[in-house]
Design a protein around this ligand. Structure first.
Ligand SMILES: [Zn+2]
Length: 207
């Protein structure tokens, strides 16, 4: 009975959320000078070209230190996001579930040093920096620093691969994520020269 009531409430709530999706959450504070210096030093250490930003059209992403729990996984731990993105994500997850589509987070917030570690590990695995930067943003340029980005998967799905684009979950997101202010950051043939990432969605704020 409780479950039925919950479902009824969520179903009743969904159209309201959709109609009210103005995506007017306040913009994050822009990066400060200290942060820029930290990113520049990391790029030098990792051999990231100085013209990375111009070449990719990606901009420096502010890090967000005001984070809330947006999910918990027994194996993967706690998922942190900005308060606004977490709220929108949980509403979106509930709305999808009501329609029979299960979504779960694989990655949310990660800081600059964690991003640098990902790049470093790939370099240690004998990949060139050019190869690495095709599928990983340089530290400082990952949308995951903001707490507004989320990598999504679906049970028994293909994980974070381009095959995710063939799932019912992806079709649902394509049709509905905009109602919760989430957009696909890296579509096919994007201008940044980054690989298609059907799993990576970002919470949109007011400009
Ligand atoms: Zn991502």
């Amino acid at each position: 009975m409780v479950r039925l009531i919950t479902l009824f409430c969520l179903a009743a709530l969904s159209p309201l959320v959709a109609a009210d999706a103005r995506c007017d959450a306040p913009a994050l504070d822009p990066p400060v000078a200290d942060y820029k210096a930290k990113v520049t030093a990391l790029h030098e250490q990792l051999g990231i070209p100085e013209d990375y930003s111009e070449r990719t059209g990606l901009s420096l992403q502010p890090t967000n230190e005001r984070l809330v729990v947006a999910g918990v996984d027994r194996r993967m731990g706690v998922f942190l996001m900005s308060a606004e993105a977490a709220k929108a994500w949980l509403e979106m997850q509930a709305a999808a579930r009501v329609e029979g589509v299960e979504l779960f987070p694989v990655s949310t917030y990660r800081g600059v040093f964690e991003q640098a570690e990902i790049v470093r590990q790939r370099l240690n695995d004998n990949q060139t920096i050019e190869e690495v930067l095709k599928t990983s943003a340089a530290p400082g340029y990952s949308e995951h620093h903001t707490g507004d980005a989320i990598d999504l998967a679906t049970p028994n799905g293909p994980g974070l691969t381009q095959e995710f684009a063939t799932t019912e979950a992806y079709a649902w997101l394509t049709a509905n994520a905009g109602d919760y202010c989430f957009t696909l950051s890296y579509p096919e043939d994007n201008d940044h020269g980054l690989a298609f990432e059907p799993w990576h969605w970002r919470f949109e704020r007011s400009m």
